[in-house]
Design a protein around this ligand. Structure first.
Ligand code: ZN
Ligand code: ZN
Length: 156
């Protein structure tokens, strides 16, 4: 009788561990699925900027109105890749793209909106998710600890 109850309790413990493992794996799966439907990636974000304000080559005509890129404060030269915004302010493409990724999507000079708020919010959401991805380490640690525990049980 005792032998049977011992076996039974061992099975129970294993079942509990297995269930916990499944639960954690399910949590990881949900997290992964959620990350796959992430709102807007950096590439998509830059693509949207490009659609609204296509990259152009800086020309003599533009030089009459613009002298410096106000992000890097260096002179705009003919042939350089620039973006001419709707507000008529011109910046180097790379300077502006960096700016737009770090700050809200507004013109560095006049704060005129470049992309709609919801697009920027979706992009920011992604940035926050990337920053909080460290949480996975805790889950992985727990998973390994449990795996270690279940292998121990095989020896008992
Ligand atoms: Zn610049
Ligand atoms: Zn502007």
């Amino acid at each position: 009788m005792t032998a049977i109850s011992e076996i039974f309790s061992k099975i129970c413990t294993k079942a509990i561990i297995l269930l916990a493992l499944l639960l954690i794996q399910l949590m990881l799966l949900i997290k992964k699925l959620r990350s796959e439907t992430r709102p807007i990636s950096t590439t998509q974000y830059l693509k949207l900027i490009e659609q609204k304000n296509p990259t152009i080559s800086f020309t003599k005509r533009l030089k009459q109105e613009h002298v410096d890129c106000r992000v890097c404060l260096s002179e705009l030269k003919e042939g350089q890749r620039v973006r001419n915004l709707k507000c008529k302010h011109t910046f180097h493409k790379d300077c502006l793209d960096k700016w737009l990724q770090q700050y809200w999507a507004t013109c560095p000079l006049c704060r005129n909106q470049i992309l709609p708020d919801d697009v920027v919010a979706k992009y920011r959401q992604l940035q926050n998710q990337v920053e909080s991805d460290g949480n996975d380490e805790q889950i992985n640690f727990l998973l390994n600890a449990l795996r270690g525990g279940s292998s121990l049980h095989r020896f008992i």
